[in-house]
Design a protein around this ligand. Structure first.
Ligand SMILES: [Zn+2]
Length: 494
């Protein structure tokens, strides 16, 4: 029989319920799919052989939450909570507008980091407040060229700043609100139109690109926009991806704005269901968790970002015990400061053990591996095709070097990925049946040339754009600080 790719003699970690089953076998890939697995199975097929005899073969990792639009801002901020960090990194005054090529390069940086870290699927929540199509096209083209599977959002936000923060009317001067209002901003109709355009143009492109609906947060969208998003999701059968209850301040805001929790509000407007994923989901009540379980929602946990911004800790144990799929993300390159999901795997495998004496409640490396593969695929509504190594699944595979120091001696590949190895162990990456990196050389794009171009563009961004961003941020910083301080002194109602 004809086969296009035979991954030969690897130690296979299948993922999903079979995660603890390790076997030395061949994986036969035809086109974009796995067609057979078994010892010496490759003998029955013709095709290109990839020698995996010194490799651990795992399902490619799924980074379920990333903002590639922060690609030029790695390491730019520290010691800022979310609300103040937003004021610096997404300043309403001085927000940078770049060329289409720069948008491409900014996402390409995240794409290359992802490939080198064993990520084969990226769910990129592409936050671009001007909502112009050139930036979105450039980002998706970068993923298409890099060879990644990419689920890219159209991120929507139609509420003014004063509606998104508690005490904004009292603590931010009217003149600032008026000036922000005079700048306009994309309205709901324009953002829905952009979604329609992106869906027509890109959804299903190359079999790897999908478009996702992303209300940026329930407090950042009008109820009308949230209802329209829910209707589009049902009509097109595509995911909804929504930052929810990332901070204490957001929990307080929900009670003030809606007299209920954010989760109850989202339910009320019809946003919750099996296609909906809540990003962060830290400040949840037990009732919220029961409601999310009942509606079949998923959650994305972003431990690096949550630690960096001091946001709190997602109740992963409670969520999983309630039967909720919890995926794993790095979050944006200006909060976690990396697209390396192996770093997030390590953080998630450690953080839930701290400060809790009952070790039976701790989150294990095995569970985190499931989060970084199958549960991630679930958030993209692709769990039947992505995240496990089984016949019929998409051929998204990574080969890790058994000679990497973190795998010597080889005791438990998943625990060693979480606790011992680094992403440097990932040698070869296959996405949709195509080899995108072999022996750590990226084959899909010219990494060396792109490195030079990205460095030049990012340095130009630092020089030409950042001073205006900083000046804009300074105008709002004292008010955001005052709002943040008041929130810290206010007990959340839940
Ligand atoms: Zn985010």
């Amino acid at each position: 029989m004809a086969g296009s790719l035979i991954v030969k003699d690897g130690l296979i970690v299948r993922g999903g319920a079979g995660s603890r089953r390790y076997e030395t076998a061949d994986i036969v890939v035809e086109g974009a799919h796995i067609v057979a697995i078994g010892p010496d199975k490759g003998r029955e097929y013709d095709g290109t052989v990839v020698d995996a005899s010194n490799a651990i073969v795992m399902p490619g990792l799924v980074n379920a939450h990333l903002h590639s639009n922060e690609g030029f801002q790695q390491g730019a901020y520290d010691n800022l909570p979310l609300e103040m960090w937003l004021g610096e990194s997404y300043p309403p005054f001085g927000f940078p507008v770049l060329t289409e090529r720069d948008y491409y390069l900014r996402t390409m940086l995240a794409a290359i980091e992802s490939i080198r870290a064993g990520v084969t699927t990226v769910q990129d929540d592409y936050v671009h407040p001007p909502a112009t199509p050139d930036a979105m096209d450039a980002a998706i083209q970068a993923y298409a060229d890099a060879g990644l599977r990419a689920w890219v959002t159209v991120d929507m936000w139609d509420q003014p700043l004063r509606a998104c923060l508690p005490w904004a009317d009292e603590l931010i001067p009217d003149a600032i609100h008026d000036e922000l209002a005079s700048m306009g901003g994309a309205d709901a109709d324009a953002q829905i139109a952009l979604f329609e355009r992106q869906f027509e143009r890109w959804h299903g492109h190359d079999g790897r690109i999908r478009i996702v609906l992303a209300p940026c947060g329930p407090q950042r969208c009008t109820p009308d926009l949230l209802r329209r998003i829910a209707a589009l999701s049902a009509e097109r059968d595509i995911p909804i991806h929504c930052h929810t209850l990332e901070t204490r301040l957001q929990a307080i805001h929900a009670e003030q704005a809606w007299d209920m929790t954010a989760v109850a509000f989202m339910d009320k407007v019809g946003l919750l269901g099996p296609r909906t994923t809540l990003v962060h989901a830290i400040w949840l009540t037990d009732d919220d968790i029961a409601r999310l379980a009942d509606r079949g929602c998923s959650v994305v946990h972003n431990p690096l970002s949550n630690m960096k911004l001091g946001s709190g800790t997602c109740p992963v144990r409670k969520l999983r015990d309630a039967g909720i799929a919890v995926a794993l993300g790095t979050d944006g390159l200006a909060t976690s400061d990396t697209a390396d999901l192996v770093e997030a795997i390590r953080a998630a495998s450690l953080i839930h053990k701290t400060g809790k004496p009952d070790h039976a409640s701790w989150v294990s490396a095995d569970e985190v591996f499931d989060m970084a593969t199958s549960a991630g695929a679930r958030t993209g509504l692709m769990a039947d095709r992505v995240g496990r190594i089984e016949p019929g699944m998409c051929a998204d595979l990574i080969l890790l070097d058994r000679g990497h120091w973190g795998f010597i001696p080889l005791v438990d590949p998943i625990r060693q990925l979480a606790f011992s190895a680094t992403s440097e162990a990932v040698r070869t990456s296959i996405v949709d049946g195509r080899i995108v990196m072999r022996d750590r050389k990226i084959l899909s794009v010219d990494e060396g040339a792109l490195r030079d171009e990205i460095r030049e563009a990012a340095e130009r961004y630092l020089r030409d754009c950042v001073p205006a961003m900083e000046a804009g941020a300074r105008r709002l910083a004292p008010y955001l600080e005052a709002i943040y301080r008041r929130a810290q002194n206010t007990l959340p109602s839940p």
